[in-house]
Design a protein around this ligand. Structure first.
Ligand SMILES: Nc1ncnc2c1ncn2[C@@H]1O[C@H](COP(=O)(O)OP(=O)(O)OP(=O)(O)O)[C@@H](O)[C@H]1O
Length: 590
């Protein structure tokens, strides 16, 4: 049993849905012409190899070549059978040809109702006329008049596709796809004839020429040109370094040629994903395209080629860092964000770049090279918020804290131990941070304990525990540290008191899931004269108001959210201070 095929459906599918742009018929016809010339050359014929494209005013185009032509039986076998290709039959030599699938001609049906072909084989016989329609019908007729060896394909524009048959559009498409082909491509209108080809493709240009070429094409001067070559896949090309920052999400657009004919100018995966800061212009003679020709078949060969091209870019960067450090630095400056992303992905690139990358630290913005020169112990804060809580105090304690809150920075800093000996990198535990400060002596500890007990009791409703340490700078009375979990716990506690019963119940259930709620930390600075006065005060009302104000002031200074209860507490404490300042009596019961 055989499947029944709805021929029209298949032709429609292939012609209208395989190709993303109607203009690709120019590519397919150019390619057939070049392949036919290659095949005739193989027969040992000496002839003036050309492909000509003539534009007629009736929105008709004629693509002619003086290649091998087709015999009647070849027409029956290859032209009239979708999916058959002379180029695939000749397995041993097929590598010379660009086509292989036997579907390229169908792209003509996107723009034309009919394909008319006049052909005379280099091998034998008369000139033949073949006409094919998208409904799958075709005719073959012998021609009486003399026709030179080769093939001419005629297309007439369908309504709405006339643009593609205008001189300028045709000229543009021919240049786009065929300017680097090794066979002369001529464009003709009336008596006017011009050659489309340019003498040297970018992958054979020297650096200065390639820079000028890219500047002409893209209207911006590349920062540099990286030569690319891969023995596997026979690839040569250039990668030009973009002079402006690009986002990793931007679509990559590499221009890729197969045997000098442009396959696609939007190929996104021929270079490794990390190589976003370059655009490639490449030529290959042995990678296999997909039937649409918009991409390559992703087989082992393809991946090996991509790796080898990636190696070229890495090698260039490594050499550049030695040869031209100034340009290397400029490239880093322009593509800074993306280079960070790249260094996270790849160990070699990491080792190459890490010392040149800057980070926000407790000492200000610093390059990793400078961080490592002065510090062997690095703490990384996991969020910007935590970094801000400790930055100033950390510096005064001579602690190197790096802000790992920006994308990639945490991973980049953590991995520094892989490229540098005798350095330790630890994640900053924000709630333990104050434990790093100098402890009080035994006597002093005993003396401050009642104050701490009172403090803990007052701040218990806000999930905050207190301690006293010596730390710098002395003008900071307290340091308040919290993390996301502790904050959540505090908010949950507040909502339980304030929210409607249903929400309060939800919060209670969540809270019970946490075995022990994490507490924020308020660390009093024993270096600070006000703190000392509060601790040593014999006046319980003032002592209590100080604790409440130290706490609420720390919240305010640290930009932490203040709950209604905390606000009330701050106001009451302020009023109590004012009252005492104006000579009022201490309130009873405190
Ligand atoms: N200008 C030409 N000269 C000689 N033969 C041609 C010409 N154009 C097409 N053919 C023949 O028609 C066949 C089908 O062409 P078509 O463009 O559909 O596919 P292809 O070039 O073989 O493969 P692909 O689909 O990869 O382009 C070719 O294999 C070739 O034998």
């Amino acid at each position: 049993m055989n499947f029944q095929v709805n021929l029209q459906g298949v032709i429609d599918l292939l012609s209208n849905h395989l190709y993303s742009d109607p203009g690709v018929f120019v590519r397919e016809l150019l390619q057939n012409g070049v392949d036919a010339v290659t095949a005739r050359r193989r027969l040992g014929h000496a002839f003036d190899e050309t492909v000509k494209v003539e534009v007629f005013s009736s929105y008709t185009l004629a693509f002619s070549d003086n290649g091998c032509g087709l015999t009647e039986s070849e027409i029956e076998q290859f032209l009239a059978r979708i999916g058959s290709s002379t180029k695939r039959e000749q397995q041993d030599t097929a590598d010379d040809f660009i086509g292989q699938f036997g579907v390229g001609l169908l792209s003509c049906f996107v723009v034309s109702e009919e394909i008319a072909m006049i052909t005379r084989s280099a091998l034998e016989g008369d000139a033949l006329e073949w006409r094919g329609k998208p409904d799958g019908t075709y005719t073959i007729k012998k021609l009486q008049h003399e026709v030179p060896i080769g093939t001419t394909v005629y297309l007439k524009a369908k309504p709405d596709y006339e643009d593609y048959f205008e001189y300028y559009q045709t000229s543009e498409l021919l240049e786009k796809y065929g300017q680097f082909l090794p066979i002369p491509i001529m464009l003709i209108e009336d008596k006017y004839e011009r050659t489309i080809n340019v003498p040297t493709p970018p992958w054979l240009m020297d650096k200065e020429e390639a820079i000028a070429y890219v500047e002409r094409e893209t209207y911006s001067k590349p920062m540099d040109i990286i030569p690319l070559s891969s023995v596997i896949g026979g690839v040569s090309g250039i990668a030009h370094i973009l002079p402006y920052a690009v986002s990793l999400q931007d679509e990559k657009r590499h221009r890729v040629h197969l045997k000098n004919m442009l396959l696609s100018d939007k190929m996104n995966n021929i270079l490794p994903a990390w190589a976003f800061f370059v655009n490639g212009i490449l030529n290959t003679d042995s990678l296999r395209p997909t039937a649409s020709r918009e991409a390559f078949q992703e087989n082992d060969l393809f991946f090996a080629v991509r790796d080898e091209l990636g190696e070229c870019i890495k090698r260039y960067l490594m050499e550049l860092s030695e040869r031209d450090p100034e340009l290397f630095q400029r490239i880093i400056r322009v593509h800074y964000a993306s280079i960070k992303a790249m260094a996270v992905e790849d160990d070699e690139l990491y080792a190459l770049f890490i010392r040149h990358l800057s980070f926000e630290t407790s000492y200000g913005d610093m390059r990793m090279a400078d961080i490592l020169r002065d510090h062997r112990m690095i703490l990384v804060a996991v969020s910007l918020d935590e970094f801000r809580q400790v930055a100033r105090v950390a510096k005064a304690q001579e602690l190197m804290v790096v802000n790992g809150g920006y994308v990639h920075d945490l991973d980049l800093v953590r991995n520094v131990t892989a490229v540098e000996d005798d350095v330790s990198v630890d994640i900053l535990s924000i709630l333990e941070f104050a434990n790093r400060f100098e402890e009080l002596g035994y006597e002093e500890k005993l003396a401050v304990q009642p104050f701490l007990d009172q403090s803990d009791e007052l701040l218990e409703p806000f999930q905050c525990r207190t301690l006293v340490r010596w730390f710098e700078p002395a003008d900071i009375p307290v340091l308040y540290n919290t993390d996301r979990e502790a904050n959540f716990f505090k908010l949950a506690e507040a909502s339980e008191q304030e929210a409607n019963p249903l929400f309060a119940e939800v919060v209670r259930v969540i809270k019970e899931g946490l075995y022990e709620g994490p507490y924020a930390r308020l660390c009093y600075n024993y270096n600070n004269p006000m703190v000392r006065k509060a601790i040593e005060s014999r006046d319980p009302e003032l002592q209590r108001a100080s604790i409440e104000l130290f706490y609420t002031q720390a919240l305010l200074l640290g930009n932490h959210v203040m709950g209604a209860e905390e606000l009330r507490m701050m106001n009451a404490a302020l009023l109590r201070f004012m009252n005492r300042g104006f000579g009022g009596e201490a309130e009873a019961g405190l």
